[in-house]
Design a protein around this ligand. Structure first.
Ligand code: F6P
Length: 237
C-alpha cells in the first residue's frame, strides 16, 4: 500500500483529480469506479476543471458508482445519481450512456445487484477505483461484519452511517435504512484503487486499515491484500 501524505483537503482533492485525468488521457478505454459522500466533492470539482480546460475527450470513459440508497431515484436530491450528475457528470462531456449507478428503485433488488455485477464484468472490470472510508471502516456501504467475498448486494445501514449521512437529508428519519452496494469482492477485483481520507475523524479507521489485522470487523482492512492501493490523506497516521 502506498501512502501519500498531503497538507489538506484541497491538496488531496487536486492530487487525486490530476491522477485520474492522467489515467483518462493515457488510456484508450477506461472503466472508473466512483464514490460519493463528502470526501470526493472537491476532487470532482478539480477533475471537471482539468477535463474542460484541456478539452479531454470522455467518450472512452465508463463509470460505475459504488452504491445507491434503496428507495431513491435520480430525482431525489440525496440520491447518489443526483449527486453524481450535479458534482461531475453534468459538468463534463461524458456520454450519459457511459455512466452507471445501481437502481435503488428496482422492483427486484437481488436481480438488480446481480445485473450490476454482470454489467461490470461486461465492461471488462474496473480499471481504477476511487473510494472514501467511513468512520467505522466501511467502504462503499459495506458495513462492519460484511463478508469479504460478496458481490453487489443489498445492505442494511448501521445507525452510525445513518447519522453520518443525515446531513444530506432534512432529518435522520429520512435517511433510507438500506442501500445497494458493490461488495468487497467486487471492489477488490478492481485493477488499481485510490482511497481518499481527510480529517481527524477518519484517523482511527485509517490506522486500523493500514496497520491493523485484516478482519471483517473493519471492511477496509481487506485492502491490505490488494496489490495496487494508493491512499491519499491529510491525516497523520
Ligand atoms: O466521504 P464521507 O462523507 O465521509 O463518507 C465516507 C464513506 O461513506 C459513504 O459515503 C457511505 O456512507 C461512502 O461512500 C464513503 O466512502
Amino acid at each position: 500500500m502506498e501512502i501519500i501524505n498531503v497538507h489538506d483537503y484541497d491538496e488531496m482533492s487536486r492530487k487525486c483529480a490530476q491522477f485520474i485525468a492522467g489515467k483518462i488521457t493515457s488510456s484508450e478505454r477506461i472503466v472508473l469506479g466512483l464514490p460519493t459522500g463528502g470526501t470526493p466533492l472537491k476532487m470532482y470539482h478539480y477533475l471537471a476543471q482539468i477535463i474542460n480546460e484541456n478539452n479531454i475527450d470522455m467518450s472512452h470513459v465508463y463509470t460505475v458508482n459504488l452504491d445507491e440508497y434503496v428507495g431513491l431515484d435520480g430525482s431525489h436530491e440525496a440520491s447518489y445519481r443526483h449527486y453524481m450528475q450535479t458534482a461531475f457528470f453534468d459538468k463534463v462531456n461524458i456520454p450519459d450512456e457511459n455512466t452507471f449507478i445501481p437502481n435503488g428503485k428496482a422492483s427486484d433488488l437481488e436481480k438488480e445487484a446481480a445485473d450490476y455485477d454482470r454489467l461490470i464484468e461486461e465492461l471488462g472490470g474496473i480499471d481504477l477505483m476511487i473510494m472514501g472510508i467511513g468512520r467505522n471502516g466501511h467502504i462503499a456501504f459495506n458495513e462492519p461484519g460484511t463478508p469479504f467475498d460478496q458481490g453487489t448486494h443489498v445492505i442494511q445501514l448501521t445507525q452510525n452511517t445513518i447519522e453520518a449521512n443525515a446531513r444530506f437529508f432534512e432529518s435522520d428519519d429520512e435517511v433510507p435504512g438500506y442501500a445497494l452496494t458493490m461488495g468487497l469482492q467486487t471492489m477488490m477485483n478492481a485493477k488499481s484503487i485510490v482511497l481518499l481520507a481527510s480529517g481527524e475523524k477518519k484517523k482511527d479507521a485509517l490506522f486500523r486499515m493500514i496497520e491493523g489485522e485484516v478482519t471483517e470487523d473493519l471492511p477496509a482492512s481487506i485492502l491490505q491484500k490488494h496489490s495496487d492501493v494508493t491512499v491519499i490523506t491529510d491525516t497523520e497516521i
